[in-house]
Design a protein around this ligand. Structure first.
Ligand code: C2O
Ligand code: CU
Ligand code: CU
Length: 449
């Protein structure tokens, strides 16, 4: 049974063909020129793929770029051969070639897809990404189900992507590629028309390469109902901004109150204020706000350790601006930071190894609980992502924090311990999702036997 097609934007008969190819997008205001990009079906974001929990998804990738590519299904607990990691789980798809992805989606939630070749940063930079939404068997009762995919772009004076600066050593050695233009759903503004009393589900996604978003929601005070696609007991966002590292997703449910004509701007509040979207009360008669909290989303069949596992693996991040990286191993050789950076473009290391190590970080038996202590010995935050599994994060006392994640931001000079149950056989990556850091060496892998 093909699962795709329930509310697919461009519903093709039969399996979906995603063509990675050049195209254009109206990233800036409509008075400004369209921007040349790379996208699935030539657009940014690519088509929204929508399936139901348990469905089989069938997507054929056709590569119409001049470089090899793949598709990785971020956050989906997928069969290893479909994970889309070039050289680890599949051969890169060469220009002109195609690859058939077929997998079932075990969990409902908000996920996304993007290329995963060595140095996929520049491909994501140029616009290759899209969303995969898996609907719950019984979705919560909402009046609007809205996607807000945030992305930042580095745009030059001519309105085009500043390709000359993509992948430069300075970005790689510092915070990664931060854009100067922020978009939501590939445009400069998104509007959701609602009336008082409406309940809105907001699926907030960051496909930024490196920027850590801080989003404010005005007076909405939404409920957080899922993190990285996995349900969490509904709780209010409260006063603070919503912090979203690269690749993270948060599902919110907001109850709209107010008078017709009112609006609730949703804004990036950390840097230049960017009003991404507004819920506009457009319709006449609304109703009283809902007083009841939203119901919890139905649970997914993910198992994670409830207590901190005995087996702990250390993952120490080092490197950065070259001076900080004394030495690291690369392809078996011990090299100093400057040589790595200038000769290989590698500036970040995990456990002293820059780039994919030959040996896995750890091997685990099926069902084995493993804790990974991530020690950030650098001056930058790193958003560490684990493939094929979701994990809990432990507080300082070793108690699990609410919710599951597939990506966690580890602050500079801090450490975070996560716990997972290694229950998905195969070879899985752990890497920094600040994609310039990954390309610059911050990547490793583990195996589940
Ligand atoms: Cu979203 Cu290994 O990536
Ligand atoms: Cu992933
Ligand atoms: Cu990083």
């Amino acid at each position: 049974t093909l699962g795709l097609p329930r509310r697919l934007l461009a519903a093709p008969p039969g399996p979906l063909v995603l063509e990675a190819r050049p195209g254009t997008a109206q990233l800036l205001t409509t008075e400004e020129p369209a921007t040349a990009i790379w996208g699935y079906q030539g657009g940014a974001p690519g088509p929204l793929i929508r399936a139901r929990q348990g469905d089989e998804v069938a997507v054929t990738l056709t590569n119409r770029l001049e470089v090899p590519t793949t598709i990785h299904w971020h956050g989906i607990r997928i069969e290893n051969a479909m994970d889309g990691v070039a050289h680890l789980t599949q051969a890169p798809v060469q220009p002109g070639e195609r690859f058939d992805y077929r997998f079932t989606v075990p969990d409902a939630g908000t996920f996304w897809y993007h290329p995963h070749v060595h140095g996929s940063g520049p491909q994501v930079d140029r616009g290759l990404s899209g969303l995969l939404i898996v609907d719950e068997a019984t979705p919560p009762d909402v009046d609007h189900d809205v996607v807000l995919q945030f992305d930042d772009w580095r745009i030059g004076q001519d309105g085009q992507i500043d390709t000359a600066s993509i992948g430069n050593l300075h970005d790689a050695a510092h915070a990664g590629r931060l854009g100067n233009v922020l978009t939501v759903n590939g445009k400069d503004f998104e509007t959701v028309a609602a009336k008082a009393g409406d309940r809105v589900r907001l699926r907030v996604v960051s496909s930024c390469n490196a920027r850590i978003l801080q989003l404010g929601f005005g007076d909405l005070d939404p409920w957080i109902v899922a993190l990285d696609g996995q349900p969490v007991a509904p709780h209010r966002l409260g006063a603070g901004p919503l912090i979203l590292g690269p690749a993270q997703r948060v599902d919110l449910i907001a109850d709209v109150v107010g008078e017709p004509g009112g609006r609730f701007p949703i804004a990036e509040v950390s840097g230049e204020p960017f009003e991404a979207t507004a819920i506009v009360l457009d319709a006449g008669e609304g109703s009283a706000p809902r007083a009841d909290p939203p119901p919890a989303l139905s649970a997914n069949p993910v198992s994670v350790p409830s207590a901190k596992p005995e087996r702990t693996v250390d993952l120490v991040m080092s490197g950065g601006a070259m001076a900080f990286l004394q030495e690291a191993r690369f392809e078996g050789e011990v090299l100093d930071g400057r040589t790595l950076a200038t000769e290989h473009g590698l500036v970040w290391a995990l456990n002293g190894v820059a780039g994919m190590p030959e040996k896995p970080l750890f091997s685990a038996r099926i069902g084995e609980p493993v804790a990974v202590r991530m020690v950030n010995d650098t001056l930058f935050p790193h958003s560490m992502h684990v493939h094929g599994h979701h994990f809990v994060i432990y507080d300082d006392a070793g108690a699990p924090l609410p919710g599951l994640r597939d990506t966690v931001t580890v602050d500079p000079r801090a450490e975070t311990t996560i716990g997972l149950i290694a229950d998905n056989p195969g070879k899985w990556m752990i890497h920094c999702h600040m994609l310039e850091h990954q390309a610059a060496g911050m990547e490793t892998w583990f195996e589940v036997l």
